[in-house]
Design a protein around this ligand. Structure first.
Ligand code: NAD
Length: 452
């Protein structure tokens, strides 16, 4: 069966690809087991060399990969190039990590070592927002640790993943990474397959919970990177001129379709109007259009469902009395475009504040009392990221201590780095990615305890 991949900037078919079928799954897993039996025996040096070749090949093919990303995901080409650059950087970082045994004790009575062994066939399921980057975040640590991978990309953005698997297999072993292409429901037989030993999933919290429930009986290892509704708090002493651009970028990067985007902004009343004006100006300066066109800085939302969801949130905010500020869209656009939108509101109970928007809209809420606003900033369900903006002060440190998210940024938000652990608390996920800690999630711990 063929799957039409839509370009969200035009609503036209970009390309059609061959979808996988559930009937093929046993054969795909068999091939993955064969790849595992070869790859898991490679030495650290061999995996190091192969992954550096993969990184170089990604770099060589960066123009093609970026064009695919823009065409199927919608983001401006410069952002797609940034995504490919990130993919290369994460690959190199993981290539260099060493999983040599750790000596815990070497005394007269015993020597204890912790060895790290691969798990087997890993199932990866990815979303449509950073399709290449998130595939890399899943696949590269998994194979660095000696596993093989079957990856199910979002059916909305599968093409860059298919290409990624080709590139990796060319420089490692055949079928080390195989794409299993299809709709969401196809993920279920994949995660429940008895020969899949670990699942790494990035996506929405409801689907993450569904996956966790499906594999609970077999106690499979899971890493779940789920939704977020990150708050940012701007202090009374914040320098708005210095921070406004960064606040805008960390909220609207990738048209707001980033798990750890700043999604709710609480601003001290003394700075409220100045910051809203500054954000409005920056929003108005964005060049909205088709990502492949020169000079475009702001693309469409990736798909119709997300477009309608975000539009409905904006409409309901307006109906609640909020002031909705957005520039007119340029004429002639026919995709899922929404101009970057600032929402001025004092309401804490409207959808655009309470729920994850995952789109180009930022509610900005004034506050007078920091302790009071903190009660709103801490989300009852999510705890992915949070931030505080201002000069060094006891108030700033107090906010850092209060926020319960997996990451707290100071005068920044949404920055992720290959060597810095990243993951959510509460409904935002289980487990961690990046850094040595993230790599270890792709291994089994084997303690070797020798008596002397
Ligand atoms: P989604 O949960 O709808 O889909 C994610 C993936 O799961 C897709 O490949 C989809 O086909 C698949 N899927 C759907 N139903 C499934 C099922 N029953 N069993 C197995 N797989 C299934 O999410 P989305 O709309 O693609 O992405 C947006 C969400 O992802 C947002 O909530 C966002 O916050 C979250 N996200 C989180 C992170 C993070 O690191 N925490 C990063 C990016 C995105």
């Amino acid at each position: 069966m063929s799957l039409d991949v839509i370009n969200p900037a035009t609503k036209q078919i970009y390309k059609s690809v061959e979808a996988s079928s559930v009937e093929e799954l046993d054969g795909i897993i068999e091939k993955s087991k064969t790849a595992f039996s070869v790859w898991s025996q490679k030495t650290h040096e061999e995996r190091f060399a192969a992954l550096h070749k993969v990184a170089a090949a990604l770099e060589e093919n960066s123009a093609e990969l970026a064009e695919i990303i823009t065409s199927e995901q919608g983001k401006p080409l410069s952002l797609a190039q940034f995504e490919v650059g990130g993919a290369v950087a994460w690959t190199r970082y993981n290539a260099d990590l060493n999983l040599a045994p750790e000596v815990i004790e070497d005394s007269e009575v015993r020597r204890v070592e912790v060895h790290r062994t691969p798990i087997g066939v890993v199932a990866s399921i990815t979303p449509w927002n950073w399709p290449l980057m998130i595939a890399i975040w899943h696949v590269i640590p998994a194979i660095k640790a000696g596993n093989s991978v079957v990856i199910k990309p979002s059916s909305l953005t599968p093409i860059n993943t298919i290409r990624l698997a080709e590139i990796i297999n060319e420089h490692t072993v055949p079928n080390l990474v195989q794409a299993f292409v299809g709709e969401g429901g196809m993920g279920e037989p994949l995660v429940t397959h008895p020969d899949v030993k670990k699942i790494v999933f990035t996506g929405s919290t409801p689907v993450g919970k569904r996956i966790a429930s499906l594999v609970a009986n077999d106690l499979k290892k899971v890493t779940l990177e789920l939704g977020g509704n990150d708050a940012g708090i701007v202090l009374e002493n914040a320098d708005i001129d210095k921070l406004a651009e960064k606040i805008f970028m960390s909220s609207f990067i990738n048209m707001g379709q980033t798990c750890a985007c700043l999604k709710r902004l609480y601003v001290h009343r003394s700075k409220y109007d100045a910051l809203c004006d500054a954000l409005t100006k920056i929003a108005a300066s964005q060049v909205v259009g088709e990502g492949m066109k020169e000079g475009v800085t702001f693309g469409p939302v990736q798909n119709q469902t997300q477009y309608e969801k975000v539009k409905a949130m904006i409409a309901s905010a307006q109906a609640s009395g909020a002031e909705v500020i957005a520039a007119e869209l340029p004429p002639g656009l026919n995709g899922y475009f929404i101009a970057p939108t600032i929402i001025k509101t004092s309401r804490h109970d409207i959808d655009v504040v309470c729920d994850e928007q995952f789109g180009p809209v930022l509610p900005v809420i004034p506050y007078d009392d920091l302790e009071e606003v903190m009660k709103h900033a801490i989300h009852k369900e999510f705890a992915l990221g949070g931030s505080v903006w201002g000069e060094a002060s006891p108030e700033l440190e107090w906010v850092v201590n209060q926020l319960d998210s997996g990451t707290v940024w100071v005068n920044n938000h949404a920055e992720v780095l290959p060597h810095v652990p990243f993951g959510g608390n509460k409904g935002s996920g289980i487990g961690v990615e990046f850094g040595m800690e993230g790599l270890l999630e792709n291994t089994l711990r084997k303690v070797v305890n020798r008596s002397k």
